[in-house]
Design a protein around this ligand. Structure first.
Ligand code: SF4
Length: 360
């Protein structure tokens, strides 16, 4: 069964570590964007009924709830098995949450990143741990119990002790799903670019070292695992039954359609990518050009292995290639009958392992 991804790239601020095509845009562009997005969804020839819907971005929680409800209205399949909305802590009100819920939203994923004041302030985020706690309570009161939070390991000023504080909050709030990402350092975020340039801005001199970041990740694996929220994918942890059904589709190579700027789609054979920025997306619509700008044929076997190995459950392989055998010998992969999976050490070196597949 297939999924739907909807991109809402608008945020209250641009966070220093963020490398997405999201941020603060003029109100007029936002209005045009929703118009084009509604048109893209309405024009879609639904060949299958979606089972999951995911609103990501960006901060879809900032969007007027009636606009979101209108977008959901245009999609078949309600009630979806899972309909997720990414939310910035502090954006929620009871009225908003009721509109979301009545429109079919049954899961909320918070971009928390940290529960520690100093770390949040440095990144430009406005919330506090108490904001997150209040939002979680509100959701539960309105009947949405499937809640996730994102954390980042590697933020400026973060230490193993302060990361522990964030994990304490996760435990205290009894959250059934957590994503833990290691800080990505690339040119696409202000912090990443500063780090690459060896500069001092955005607290870059206070970014913890690689070993400390790995220790934070390992601590998350141990702590969350011990409290009944085991890792089911490299960066994702869930109480059994609370795994993200939508994201599992990506890792199981199931089809999905993407709407909005920078959204990707996969029909089982081809991958398509929409115009990257909100402005380009709107201007292509105004010029009556296709909204997608790139289409590639998928290499199913290579991709099945690449994404399947991200899962703790592993992936079935009929035969080991020489490269895979080498990783088994080196203790990065383990084989269990026909199932191949990353070892704990392999998870930490997964980028290296995956690179080999891509360049092989
Ligand atoms: S981290 Fe989230 S809230 Fe911050 S700019 Fe990126 S998408 Fe927006």
């Amino acid at each position: 069964m297939a999924g739907v991804y909807v991109s809402i790239p608008f945020c209250a601020q641009k966070c220093t570590y963020c490398n997405f095509a999201s941020g603060v845009f003029p109100a007029a562009l936002e209005a045009d964007y929703y118009r084009v997005l509604r048109g893209e969804i309405a024009a879609h020839p639904w060949e299958w009924i979606p089972e999951t819907v995911y609103f990501g971005g960006g901060s879809p929680s900032r969007t007027e709830a009636s606009i979101l409800a209108g977008l959901l209205e245009a999609m078949p399949g309600r009630p979806w098995r899972e309909a997720t909305l990414e939310a910035a802590p502090g954006d929620l009100t009871s009225d908003k949450v009721r509109v979301w819920r009545d429109a079919g939203v049954n899961r909320v994923s918070f971009g928390v990143q940290s529960f520690v004041k100093r770390e949040l302030a440095q990144t430009g985020r406005k919330h506090t741990a108490e904001t997150v706690a209040a939002d979680v309570t509100l959701l539960r009161e309105e009947g949405i119990a499937n809640i996730s939070v994102d954390l980042i390991a590697g933020l400026p000023h973060q230490t193993l002790a302060s990361f522990t504080e964030s994990l304490d909050w996760v435990e205290r709030l009894a959250l059934p799903h957590v994503s833990v990402y290691m800080l990505e350092v690339d040119e696409d975020s202000r912090l990443g670019a500063e780090l690459l340039a060896g500069g001092q801005r955005y607290g870059s001199a206070k970014v913890p070292g690689d070993d400390e970041i790995v220790a934070m990740y390992q601590l998350a694996v141990d702590r969350l695992g011990a409290t009944g929220v085991p890792r089911y994918e490299i960066s994702n942890f869930a109480r059994p039954g609370y795994e993200s059904l939508h994201n599992l589709k990506y890792w199981r190579l199931e089809p999905y359609v993407g709407f909005g700027a920078d959204a990707h789609g996969f029909d089982g054979l081809k991958r398509r990518q929409n115009a990257e920025t909100a402005a380009e997306y709107v201007s292509r619509a105004n010029m009556r050009l296709p909204l997608w700008t790139a289409e590639t044929q998928a290499d199913r076997e290579q991709e099945r292995l690449l994404v399947g190995l991200r899962l703790a459950a592993g992936v079935e392989v009929a035969e080991l290639t020489p490269a895979l055998s080498r990783y088994v010998d080196e203790g990065l992969l383990q084989r269990d009958g026909r199932v191949l999976r990353l070892t704990d050490r392999g998870v930490l070196l997964s980028n290296e392992v995956f690179e080999e597949f891509v360049t092989a």
